[in-house]
Design a protein around this ligand. Structure first.
Ligand SMILES: [Zn+2]
Ligand SMILES: [Zn+2]
Length: 424
């Protein structure tokens, strides 16, 4: 039986390794084998793209004011996904956590909110009213008053199974931890470029004096990336090693032959946190001209639309990916008159047959001992019964094919099923 290397993670925000079943420990990385079943909530409607544009820039107090109307205003019961982080010194993290837990009591918030001495990292889902009540409360603390809060539509109720709000030694999982990194020292950070400036730089025809560095995982690049960014040879952010190669000319390391003092490095990730962390490592390695995309791709898609971007944006929750239109309705309308929209629709390729159809989505291989996270078209899902390849279809245990956006449940649910009962 073919064994795939470990390659999945829950990305920048929650990389806690789960206890793994012994038989599969060697082939699993982090969390994707615990597929999150999407909970449906019939009473709530999915907010449209316009309403998300609106809610992303509005405060909760505005929406709590029923006299104020906004044409594209979302219902306060509509579910949204919220992301934010802030590196800031927190003297007493346990006290901070207790405060947050007290405030969130009674609010319908699911997600991962981690706090330590270096700051906070949060991604959660909830009805609009609750999601933004928390943001408003947080911003009353001057440490967090100007935190960049990003929202996107939840597809069907919560995008996370439950709330985890706790102390975590590393806000981002990286080999060796990040507590020793100078994350709070401005001189060690990259220069943040606003999305509009970033766009100008990418659009400048004669400016090829930079390296565009995708600081994410390869499977995220597969579903969408900036034009000109090379696919990162990275399966899990914790093992990212750009610029760390001991010898020059390592093909997988895009920075191995770069002039550290002269070349501009333009780094981007989903929401900015991975770049903020990794840029301090590159600074320590002597890279002088480091730039990051402020607020990451999600912020860029909201303000600039999918200009110079192809495909969708991978998300580390039950949605798995979102089209650019989820972030910016106007942007996608503008882009529809250009080639960008077409490129976006036809960008991803089925890992199995290579076809470029619009109905592609990430899914985990039905063979639980493989669990490869792969992009697959609907035809190949049927042909291979949810497996990533023909070899996996002959595996002793195979999970059933799940329809739509459903994700596999926890490992033990399938481990305990008799083999025959699992055959399709
Ligand atoms: Zn296919
Ligand atoms: Zn497989």
């Amino acid at each position: 039986m073919r064994v795939w290397r470990a390659h999945t993670s829950m990305g920048p925000l929650s990389l806690t390794p789960y206890p793994l079943p012994k038989a599969a420990a060697a082939t699993y990385c982090c969390c994707f084998h615990y597929g999150f079943p999407i909970k449906s909530n019939n009473r709530r409607k999915v907010p449209c793209a316009i309403s998300i544009r609106c809610c992303a820039s509005a405060s909760a107090s505005k929406f709590n004011n029923k006299n104020k109307t906004c044409q594209a205003e979302p219902g306060i019961d509509n579910f949204v996904v919220v992301n934010f982080y802030r590196f800031v010194f927190i003297k007493d993290p346990q006290h901070e956590i207790a405060k947050h837990l007290t405030f969130l009591k009674g609010l319908d918030i699911h997600g991962r909110i981690y706090i330590n001495e270096q700051g906070i990292n949060a991604q959660y889902s909830g009805p609009f009213r609750d999601a933004f009540a928390y943001v408003e409360w947080l911003k009353e603390d001057e440490k967090f008053s100007d935190v960049l809060v990003q929202t996107s539509p939840a597809l069907n109720g919560h995008a996370f199974p439950k709330l985890k709000l706790r102390y975590k030694p590393s806000l981002v999982q990286l080999e060796g931890g990040i507590s020793h990194l100078p994350l709070l020292d401005p001189s060690m950070q990259a220069k943040a470029i606003a999305p509009s400036e970033w766009r100008k730089r990418l659009e400048a025809v004669n400016d090829k004096s930079y390296i565009l560095l995708d600081v994410r995982n390869g499977y995220e690049w597969d579903i969408g990336h900036f034009h000109g960014a090379q696919r990162p040879d990275v399966d899990c952010f914790r093992s990212t090693s750009f610029g760390l190669s001991p010898t020059e000319g390592v093909a997988s390391d895009q920075l191995s032959q770069v002039d550290k003092e002269k070349t501009d490095i333009l780094m981007y990730c989903t929401g900015g946190i991975r770049c903020d962390v990794y840029s301090t490592i590159l600074r320590q390695q002597g890279f002088q001209n480091l730039y990051t995309l402020e607020g990451g791709v999600s912020h860029y898609l909201k303000t600039e639309g999918p200009v110079k971007w192809v495909g969708n944006l991978f998300t580390f929750d039950s949605r798995l990916s979102l089209p650019p239109s989820a972030y910016n309705h106007e942007g996608i309308i503008k882009a529809s008159t250009t080639q960008h929209a077409f490129d976006s629709d036809r960008f991803g390729k089925c890992y199995v047959c290579g076809s470029q159809v619009s109905e592609l989505r990430h899914r985990n291989c039905a063979n639980p001992d493989c669990n490869f996270l792969f992009l697959c078209c609907a035809n190949c899902v049927m042909d291979l019964r949810g497996c990533c390849c023909y070899n996996c279809t002959t595996a002793p245990r195979c999970r059933p094919v799940l329809p739509g956006f459903q994700r596999y449940k926890k490992w033990h649910v399938y481990r305990d099923l008799p083999v025959q009962a699992q055959a399709q």
